[in-house]
Each structure stands twice: as C-alpha cells, then as structure tokens.
Design a protein around this ligand. Structure first.
Ligand SMILES: NC(=O)c1ccc[n+]([C@@H]2O[C@H](COP(=O)([O-])OP(=O)(O)OC[C@H]3O[C@@H](n4cnc5c(N)ncnc54)[C@H](OP(=O)(O)O)[C@@H]3O)[C@@H](O)[C@H]2O)c1
Length: 179
C-alpha cells in the first residue's frame, strides 16, 4: 500500500512529522523513492538533516528539515509558517510523531501525560486544521480541492482519542489491565 501511495504523490510535497526515527523515516524513504518532495520535522536536527540530505541525493527530490517540539503548543504554527515562508504547498500530511508510555496511570509523571496529549492529539488536530486538510477515515477517500490536487492526512492511531473512539482511548489510559 505504501509503495502505491508513494507513486500517487510524485511531484507533490508531503510533510512528515516524527521523521527522525522508526516509521517516520520509513515513510519518508518510501515517499522519496516515489518522487515526493518532503518536509521532515521532529526534534533531533542531526537526524533530520542527515535524512534530508540522503533522500535528496538518492532520489533527486527536494527536501526541507525543520526542527520542532510538538509538546510546545506553538509548534504546529511554527511548522506551518516555515512551509509558507518557503512557498511550499503541502498536499500530504503524515501525522506520525508521537510516543507512548507504559505503567500504572498514577505512577506516570503528570507532565509526561500532558505532553502525550499535546503531541499525539492536539498537535495532530492543530496541524490538520492549519494545512486545511481533512482527516479522512481512509486513504481511499481522497479530498479534491479547487486546485484539482489531492490533499490527504495520514494519521497516527492515537488520534482515536478525538475521533469517536474516545471511550477506547480513555479506558486504555485508565484501565490498562483490562485491555
Ligand atoms: N511502533 C509501534 O508499534 C507503534 C504502535 C502504536 C502507535 N505507534 C505510533 O506510531 C508513531 C511512530 O512510531 P515509531 O515506532 O516509529 O516511534 P519512534 O521510533 O519512537 O519515533 C517517534 C517519532 O516521533 C517524534 N517525536 C516524539 N516526540 C516528539 C515531540 N515532542 N515533538 C516532535 N516530534 C516528536 C520522534 O522524533 P524526535 O525524538 O527527534 O523528536 C520520532 O521521530 C508514533 O506516534 C507512535 O506513538 C507506534
């Protein structure tokens, strides 16, 4: 599916959050191989810069790296402003950045939990709104805008907290032993 998706986005710009490791790096590599230009964002600048350079050289796509901490509620606007200043039209937003935390709820540091909600949920909603994209349930339900280009959001499963699966999300948080 990823290979097919990558080919569909050839010549357009995608923004990948959490592009410094794991799934984000893998998706960025697949998209670049399919000819998609990339804005890569995460906190670790060295990794972003290295990946941006590697993909631009290997696949001859345009790449930009932008460092941002999504636990900061202003980060989505900073990312959005960066793309505007560069004159980039983002057609695909991959809300991949996020993290989880194992352990009993009361034992987890409060700030860690609040950061998790900010990064995994609030930032996803904020970025999606800023880029004026629609979070469709399925990648097979593209949104066509006036430009005729397809614009989509590929979202982190954690967005279930704000997309109708809230009871599952909350019970996962409060009663992990029952899941
Ligand atoms: N792997 C799984 O089995 C699994 C299961 C369920 C859900 N997920 C979700 O899928 C996504 C990718 O998983 P993964 O396994 O690839 O995780 P990963 O290797 O830990 O990568 C997480 C990415 O998110 C970025 N990130 C974390 N906190 C951030 C912050 N405060 N601001 C900006 N970027 C931040 C990290 O970059 P920096 O540290 O450089 O900022 C990193 O690039 C995550 O959202 C994860 O929660 C994964």
């Amino acid at each position: 599916m990823v290979k097919k998706m990558a080919a569909e986005w050839r010549g357009t710009w995608a923004l990948v959050t959490g592009a410094s490791s794991g799934i984000g790096v893998a998706l960025a590599r697949e998209l670049a191989a399919g000819g998609t230009h990339l804005v890569l964002t995460a906190r670790r600048k060295d990794r972003l810069d290295e990946l941006a350079k590697e993909l631009a050289t290997k696949h001859r796509v345009m790449t930009e790296a932008f460092t941002a901490d999504l636990a900061d509620s202003h980060a989505p606007e900073k990312i959005f402003d960066f793309t505007k200043q560069k004159g980039l039209e983002i057609n695909l937003l991959i809300n991949n950045a996020g993290f989880g935390q194992y352990g009993e709820f009361p034992s987890i540091e409060k700030q860690r939990l609040l950061d998790m909600v900010q990064v995994n949920c609030a930032a996803v909603v904020h970025l999606t709104h800023l880029f004026n994209l629609r979070g469709d349930q399925s990648l097979r339900s593209p949104v066509r805008r006036r430009t005729g280009r397809r614009n989509e959001v590929f979202r982190n499963p954690c967005l279930c907290l704000v997309s109708g699966l809230d009871r599952i999300g909350i019970s996962c948080c409060l009663r992990p032993e029952k899941i």
